[in-house]
Design a binder for this molecule. Structure first.
Ligand SMILES: [Zn+2]
Length: 93
């Protein structure tokens, strides 16, 4: 156990708060491309969401992900992000 609590972030899907390490970062790169950022270190504007497809889809539906990243996300991009996320979830859920 670390002595200091991890910084908390709010999931843009369910609005729940969780330690940064629990959430997955979605980042808008300087070139405008939106991608899941497994390292949490990519440069660009980031938003956090639980490692669950449901939270990601909720974030898309509410438009909160697009708002957080200041980008408009099309259906194709949403599908790609869900796919990227589910690849990650498969790794260490
Ligand atoms: Zn969530």
């Amino acid at each position: 156990m670390a002595r200091r609590a991890q910084p908390e972030r709010t999931c843009v899907g369910c609005r729940g708060r969780a330690a940064k390490g629990v959430l997955i970062r979605v980042v808008r790169a300087p070139d405008g491309r939106v991608a899941v950022d497994p390292t949490g270190r990519s440069s660009g504007r980031g938003a956090y969401v639980h490692r669950s497809e449901e939270c990601l889809r909720q974030a898309m539906r509410r438009g909160s992900l697009g708002r957080a990243l200041k980008v408009s996300l099309g259906e194709a991009e949403v599908g790609r992000l869900v796919q990227e996320l589910s690849n990650l979830v498969g790794e260490d859920a």
